[in-house]
Ligand binder design. Structure first.
Ligand code: GRF
Length: 194
């Protein structure tokens, strides 16, 4: 069974979906740690409620990314974590973590990459006037939302779509697609979809 750490910075609805899927057996994995760079984020409450250990930090307390990533690695190794799962972690992963977990860091992004990478992908799609957007799950590399794609799902943008309604549609898909895709990836030992 794969041991995972989830990295998040915000509300953590994807964190919750992953934890719930582990609990109901549809995601065969064990969540060993939440890594959170925003100690006031709601995801912290979710981890406490689920009894999942937390490593919380503030980037400004460190000299740079390398310093806090080294500390994160100590925590991950202590818990024998196999995969890092990003769920709304609002920082670029640096070379220190990438070297330690090659092809073992996965991200979910609310667009059909390579369209609309970076911040506010939902706003970018609405502004771009596209008829379809979606969700992408991909391996993380040194770029911003650029690594090899593992899975995607399309969402249609209806006429009169608002930011709120589109976000709801996308999150609904994310909460189902992320656990299902990770389960498949872990069952194939992380190799099948590379
Ligand atoms: C999700 O839409 C995810 O695609 C993006 O950040 C958002 C996190 O939302 N990377 P939540 O904190 O899981 O609710």
């Amino acid at each position: 069974m794969k041991q995972i750490a989830i990295f998040a910075s915000g509300s953590g609805s994807n964190f919750q979906a992953l934890v719930d899927s582990v609990q109901n057996g549809s995601l065969q994995a064990s969540v060993k740690l939440l890594v959170c760079d925003q100690p006031n984020a709601f995801v912290m409450e979710r981890a406490k409620a689920a009894g999942i250990p937390i490593f919380a930090f503030r980037a400004k307390d460190y000299k740079g990314k390398e310093e806090f990533e080294k500390e994160i690695i100590v925590e991950l190794q202590r818990r024998e974590v196999d995969f890092i799962v990003l769920a709304g972690y609002m920082r670029l992963i640096g070379p220190t973590l990438l070297r330690q977990f090659p092809k073992r860091i996965i991200n979910i992004h609310p667009s059909l990459l390579p369209a609309f990478p970076g911040k506010d992908a939902i706003g970018q799609a609405l502004e771009g006037g596209v008829k379809y957007t979606g969700v992408t799950i991909h391996f993380v590399d040194e770029g911003m939302d650029t690594g090899p794609i593992i899975e995607q799902e399309v969402v249609r943008i209806s006429s009169g779509e608002t930011r709120g309604s589109l976000q709801d549609k996308i999150q609904h898909i994310e909460h189902e697609l992320y656990p299902r895709t990770l389960n498949h990836l872990f069952l194939t030992n992380g190799y099948l979809m590379q």
